[in-house]
Design a protein around this ligand. Structure first.
Ligand SMILES: [Zn+2]
Length: 68
């Protein structure tokens, strides 16, 4: 028996703490949006021209919302 629990990710900017997205799925489109925000936000820690996934994710914080 397995209880299906849907998780929702909450992604915040590590620099300004703003919630960027609440999503059940993090894919290429979402990561591009994080990149766009971080590029305009974290000027003290700028992203390289073509950041890797790790470089983008290092600048955001991903949490999980448990369904009530
Ligand atoms: Zn920010």
């Amino acid at each position: 028996m397995s209880e299906r629990r849907w998780q929702v990710f909450v992604v915040r900017c590590a620099s300004c703490e703003k919630t960027l997205m609440t999503t059940p799925l993090i894919g290429a489109v979402e990561i591009k949006q994080f990149e766009d925000h971080v590029r305009s936000c974290a000027r003290h820690d700028p992203l390289p021209e073509s950041p890797t996934l790790g470089e983008v994710m290092r600048r955001v914080r991903v949490g999980v919302v448990d369904p009530a």
